[in-house]
Write a protein that binds this ligand. Sequence first.
Ligand code: CP
Length: 304
Amino acid sequence: MPLSFKHLTSTKQLTRADTDAILAKAAEMEGTMAKGGSDLLAGKILAALFYEASTRTRLSFEAAMLRLGGQVITADGFQFSSLYKGESIEDTMRMVGQYADIIAMRHPEQGSADRAAAVSLVPFINAGDGPGQHPTQALLDLFTIQKERRTIDGLKIAMVGDLRYGRTVHSLSFLLGLYNNLSFTFVAPKELTMPEKVTSFLAEKKLPFVEIDRLEPALECDVLYMTRIQQERFADHSEYERLKNVYTLTAKHLQGKKATVMHPLPRVGEIATDVDSLPSAAYFRQARNGVPVRMALLALLLGF
Ligand code: CP
C-alpha cells in the first residue's frame, strides 16, 4: 500500500497504516540485507545533504541506498555549499531536485525541513532539523521496540535526559501516539522538560504520563530511552556544564530490571560502558536497524 505522504518532515504526518507498511517493509529489507542487497533502486540517486554533524543517519541513509543498488550524491557542511554564500534552502532544494530522485537533509534550524519540502520536486526526508523532528530515527526506534519487545501496545516507556531540545524523543512520542495503552515517564531536570507540544498531544490521545527529575523511580519500565544532554543546543555553555552529567545509567541501576535500554546515540556520559554487555542494552542493535528502516522508506517513497 502506498504511503499517505510524498515528503516526510514530521512523525505527526504518519498514520497507523503508514507505520504498519514501513515496519513490514523494513522486516523484508532485513532479508534483502542478509542476501547482500538488491538492485531495486538501480538508476535512482539519493542526495544526502548534511548541514549539521551526523554519523549514523548519514551513513545509514547512504548504506540503505547502496544496498538497494542506487547511488548517492552528498553535500556536507555549510562552508562547502552555496548556503554559505547566502543561497536560500528553497533555491538549494529546487536545484537538488533536478539532480536526484530523492533527498534527505539534516539542518540545524527547526522548520528548515518544512521549508525544503514545500518546494521540493522529488520526495524529501527530514534527517533532523535542529531541535524540531527526526522522523526516521523515530521509525527505527519503533522498529527496534517491536523487535526487542515483540509488541508496542501496552508498554511502559521512560524517556530520560534532554527532553526539551531532543528531537528524537519528540518524534518518537508523536509516533507512539498511534498505539494503544502506553504510559510514559519523562525524566529531566526542570530546565530540559518535555515541551508542551508533546505533553498536550499525549493528553489529547489519553496516554498517561508523569514528569519527574530523578532516574531511579523510572527504572521499572519496559523501554528506557536515554538521551544526551546536547551541548550544541545551549546558548550559555556554563548551563551545559552544570547539566551535562545529570544522569548516568550504570549496570548496577539495571540489576533485577527488565527494561530494554535504548539511545539514539551518540552518547557522551549518560550510559556507562558497563551497560554495553548486558543483553538488555539494545542501542547498537537500534543503530543497525537504521539501515533496513531507511531502505524501506526510500523504496516506498520511490514507489517500490
Ligand atoms: N541518532 C542520530 O541521529 O545519530 P547521528 O547524529 O550520528 O546521525
